[in-house]
Design a protein around this ligand. Structure first.
Ligand code: OAD
Length: 240
């Protein structure tokens, strides 16, 4: 049996699949990841991208933050790829119970997934830091420094460096991982805490890793070093 056949056989026999993804899930939709050679952290800029994407930088230089953010992280002209689509179908078929993502795009929801846990927030959601008024992404993109009608600066509801993750979302992610019989980890370098330690909570049968790079030290049942889209396009699911 080759790896794709193994994957198909595991999916067929699974009843509680949980998917955990990172930036690599959206690269084939045209959104760069962070740590690959064309990733966001390799963009040449006077201030390192990691610093720009930090809480203290947002507080002190919000306009510079937004210039970088709008230029490099926000892209409204992207569409879900076959990975997002197949996951949505797996959820419809009641096999997949949750998508846990570190991505701030909404491509899983666009593809039709419902139970999506955004560990790092969503760029679609934006709030005034003074009065908490909500603003959709399209509205704040009209300004170089988005401000609320009350005068407060609007902040994207995404987790920046130095900011904590939402504990409710993290707890829900752990709850699903603990119940899963199959855990698929794809397109993430697993370098960021606490997201990277989520794998420890998995006690089920099949840990599947899909990634270009080899992620060492994981007790995986199946490792597929290939493109996320190539792998997902080979998953056999009967359309309803
Ligand atoms: P990274 O850029 O660290 O890792 C992406 C991984 O996916 C790398 O191992 C790539 O080799 C792999 N990859 C990329 N495209 C792929 C594809 N099409 N098929 C298969 N593998 C592919 O991104 P994340 O792990 O998501 O946090 O990064 C985690 C967090 O670090 C991000 O959410 C972000 C960043 O700091 C915040 O902004 C809070």
């Amino acid at each position: 049996m080759n790896k794709i056949e193994m994957l198909n056989s595991i999916i067929k026999s699974s009843e509680y699949i949980v998917f955990f993804g990172g930036a690599g899930v959206s690269t084939e939709s045209g959104i760069p990841d962070f740590r690959s050679k064309d990733g966001i952290y390799h963009i040449q800029s006077k201030i390192p991208p990691e610093e720009i994407l930090s809480h203290h930088f947002f507080v002190h230089c919000p306009e510079e933050f937004y210039t970088f953010y709008f230029q490099n992280l926000v892209n409204l002209n992207v569409l879900p790829n076959v990975c997002h689509q197949k996951l949505a179908l797996l959820e419809k078929q009641k096999k997949l119970k949750a998508v846990i993502t570190q991505n701030i795009d909404s491509l899983h929801e666009m593809a039709g997934s419902v139970n999506v846990l955004h560990l790092h927030g969503k760029m679609e959601d934006n709030y005034c830091i003074k009065c908490n008024k909500y603003y959709p992404l399209k509205e704040i993109m009209r300004y170089t420094l988005p401000k609320c009608s009350c005068g407060g600066i609007i902040k994207p509801d995404v987790v920046l460096y130095e900011e904590p993750l939402c504990t409710e979302i993290l707890d829900e992610a752990v709850m699903h991982i603990e119940k899963a019989d199959t855990f698929i980890v794809a397109g993430t370098s697993l370098t960021v805490q606490p997201a990277s330690s989520l794998v420890q909570y998995f006690k089920g049968k099949n840990l599947i890793i899909i990634n270009y790079e080899n992620l060492n030290n994981l007790p995986a049942t199946l490792v597929i070093q290939d493109s996320v889209c190539h792998v997902f396009s080979s998953i056999d699911l009967e359309e309803e």
